[in-house]
Design a protein around this ligand. Structure first.
Ligand SMILES: O=P(O)(O)OC[C@H]1O[C@H](O)[C@H](O)[C@@H](O)[C@@H]1O
Length: 358
């Protein structure tokens, strides 16, 4: 009989960065990098990847092997994938971006980035705050959770501000993140943010979840129809979603307001439904971001493949429009639970209410 792998294992990932692998006996697994406190992989019992991760993550630049065959001003560098076999892009040396992809302080494109203490570009900090760019630590002695669980496949991470962080965001905090893989393969993220300062502070937050989908034009989101949203592509103008479930045929960057605690993403081709539950995100649970960069924007993103927009969808539980304020000593808790269930959707067959309320 094959030797059973441990439920929690620390190992080296891309670029030698430390990652934690959680496994369940039935075969599901998840991977978390200390860089960003970032979940980069979530696989079901059959080993199928459920999260999107850009193919450019961990990619390397190298001189084009056929350098001698190049004529005149042909591009002389290539960006290859991790195995070094697939050429992702050809370019001139001067076009190579200075920052390497997937190396601190660059955030990882895909998986579940944590946006904190600022969501988006609305504030003094860099886009989405600094938590996704920092190296987190394993929290060996976290304060207990009110309900103890027998499940052992979890890891506790912690982020505290450095001297440098305090210069750009002068508030002392402890951000504890527990990542749990349930026996049935469900993925749970619980954030506990404590104000360890003497003064109050406010923050915005998001679990910027990138789901892997077969084909974006075959995907629908249920649970957001008829809701009001702010359109980030139209200077945050407010609209009301009309009619049926949400489908996709162009760039989308919307903030849905007053959202339910349960949302479903239906992938017809894969016959898979993602169910998102936002337990105990009292304020945060009211907002849900939906983002897909589509073709034009995808091409302008250096860490994203030109066609990859077809295979991803971000549906993000967030606290964005109304900042969360914590007094000295107070703690905020927000939990996201993801499951992937088989669905045999044919038009009209799957009752969305059953998915959302069941
Ligand atoms: O490129 P990033 O900083 O990771 O942001 C990626 C995206 O995140 C969110 O979904 C925002 O609403 C988008 O406006 C933004 O483009």
């Amino acid at each position: 009989m094959a030797e059973e792998k441990p439920l929690v294992e620390i190992s080296k990932g891309l670029n030698g960065l430390e990652k934690i692998v959680l496994r369940q006996v039935r075969g599901s697994s998840t991977e978390v990098y200390l860089h960003g406190g970032h979940v980069t992989s979530w696989k079901n019992d059959h080993g199928e990847e459920l999260l999107f991760l850009s193919s450019k993550v961990g990619a390397k630049y190298r001189p084009n092997v056929d350098l001698s065959l190049l004529e005149g001003d042909e591009a002389n560098f290539v960006l290859v994938d991790l195995e070094g076999t697939k050429v992702l892009q050809t370019m001139f040396r001067t076009e190579i971006p200075l920052q390497a992809i997937f190396k601190p302080p660059k955030p990882i494109r895909g998986g579940i980035p944590i946006c904190f203490p600022q969501f988006g570009g609305h504030g003094n900090l860099d886009q989405h705050g600094f938590a996704r760019n920092r190296v987190w630590s394993i929290d060996t002695d976290p304060p207990p959770f009110p309900t103890a669980s027998a499940n052992k496949a979890f890891v506790d991470l912690i982020l505290k501000p450095s001297e440098e962080d305090l210069k750009i965001w002068p508030h002392s905090f402890e951000f504890r993140l527990r990542i749990t893989l349930g026996p049935g393969g469900d993925l749970m993220l619980t954030s506990r943010i404590r104000n360890t300062d003497t003064k109050p502070f406010s923050f915005t937050f998001a679990y910027h979840t990138y789901f892997s989908v077969s084909d974006i034009s075959e995907v629908r989101v249920e649970g957001l129809e008829t809701l009001d949203y702010l359109d980030n592509l139209k200077e945050k103008e407010r609209f009301t979603e009309q009619g049926d479930a949400i489908t996709f045929e162009s760039e989308v960057d919307k903030i849905y307001l007053s959202t339910p605690t349960k949302i479903a993403i239906l992938d017809h081709e894969k016959k898979r439904t993602f169910v998102l539950r936002k337990d105990g995100l009292p304020d945060a649970g009211k907002f849900q971001l939906v983002w897909n960069p589509w073709e034009k924007k995808a091409k302008s993103m250096v860490d994203f493949g030109d066609d990859e927009y077809k295979h991803m969808l971000c549906v993000e539980a967030a606290a964005v429009e109304k900042a969360i304020t914590l007094k000295s000593g107070e703690e905020w808790k927000g939990r996201l639970e993801l499951s992937a269930v088989p669905s045999s959707y044919r038009s009209g067959q799957l009752d969305p209410q059953r998915v959302l309320q069941g």
